[in-house]
Design a protein around this ligand. Structure first.
Ligand SMILES: Nc1nc2c(ncn2[C@@H]2O[C@H](COP(=O)(O)OP(=O)(O)OP(=O)(O)O)[C@@H](O)[C@H]2O)c(=O)[nH]1
Length: 205
C-alpha cells in the first residue's frame, strides 16, 4: 500500500550476504517488487535496489546491495558491507552447509564491519518444512549468542519478508539517537511525498 512519507527520510545502506542459492535476491525481489521467481538467476557481482519503508512518522529509504553468493565474488563483499547501516545474513533452512556459511559471514562482519551495523539472520525457505536441516532453536541460540536478530523467512510465500526489513528499520531509528548517524551508514535527507511501503501494510506472516 502506498503512503505519504514523513518529512524526515533516513537513507540506510543495507547489504545481503549468504551462500549461493540461499535466496538473497528472492528476498529483495519480494520486498521491493512483491514478486517471486521460481528459477531466479544467480547474481553476478552484486545488484542494487532501493525501497522505502514508513515507521511511525519517519521514513527509511533502504539502499540495498544484493551480493553474489558464489565464492569467486567473495573478495568484492567488503565493498558492500563497509559503511552499511544494516546487513541481512541469509541461509537456507533446508541446507545445513548454508548455515555454516552464514556463520562465516557473521564472523567476517564482526571482524571487519562497523560495530553499529544492525545484523539480521534470515533462515530463508521456511516454506520447505519437510526438507528442514537447520533447526529453529539452533539458529535462535546462535543469533542470541552473537547479538543478531533472527527470523525465518520465505521469499516464496512472503512470510516475514516485510517484517525483517521493518524490524531493521525500527532498530536503525532507535539506534540513531544514540550514535552518529553518518558513522552508522544513515543519512538524513528531506524528500517528502515519496511513495513508501507503510508500516500498516507491512508485516504479513
Ligand atoms: N521454496 C523456496 N525457494 C526459494 C525461496 N527463496 C528463494 N528460493 C529459490 O532458491 C533459488 C535461489 O534463489 P536466489 O534468490 O537466486 O538465491 P541467492 O542467494 O540470491 O543466490 P546467488 O545470487 O547465487 O548468491 C531460486 O530458484 C529461488 O526461486 C523460498 O523462500 N522458498
Amino acid at each position: 500500500m502506498a503512503a505519504s512519507a514523513g518529512s524526515k527520510i533516513r537513507n540506510a545502506k543495507l547489504v545481503l550476504l549468504g551462500d549461493v542459492g540461499a535466496g538473497k535476491s528472492s528476498l529483495v525481489l519480494r520486498f521491493v517488487k512483491g514478486q517471486f521467481v521460481e528459477f531466479q538467476e544467480s547474481t553476478i557481482g552484486a545488484a542494487f535496489f532501493s525501497q522505502t519503508l514508513a515507521v511511525n512518522d519517519e521514513t527509511v529509504k533502504f539502499e540495498i546491495w544484493d551480493t553474489a553468493g558464489q565464492e569467486r565474488y567473495h573478495s568484492l563483499a567488503p565493498m558492500y558491507y563497509r559503511g552499511a547501516a544494516a546487513a541481512i545474513v541469509v541461509y537456507d533452512i533446508s541446507n545445513q552447509a548454508s548455515f555454516t556459511r552464514a556463520k562465516k559471514w557473521v564472523q567476517e562482519l564482526q571482524a571487519q564491519g562497523n560495530q553499529n551495523t544492525v545484523v539480521a539472520l534470515a533462515g530463508n525457505k521456511a516454506d520447505l518444512l519437510e526438507a528442514r536441516e537447520v533447526q529453529i532453536e539452533e539458529a535462535k541460540t546462535y543469533a542470541q549468542e552473537n547479538g543478531l536478530f533472527f527470523m525465518e523467512t520465505s521469499a516464496k510465500t512472503a512470510t516475514n519478508v516485510n517484517d525483517i526489513f521493518y524490524e531493521i528499520a525500527k532498530r536503525l531509528l532507535q539506534g540513531q539517537a544514540a550514535q552518529n548517524p553518518q558513522a552508522a551508514g544513515m543519512v538524513l535527507s528531506q524528500r517528502p511525498n515519496e511513495r513508501v511501503v507503510s508500516a500498516a501494510s507491512c508485516c504479513s506472516s
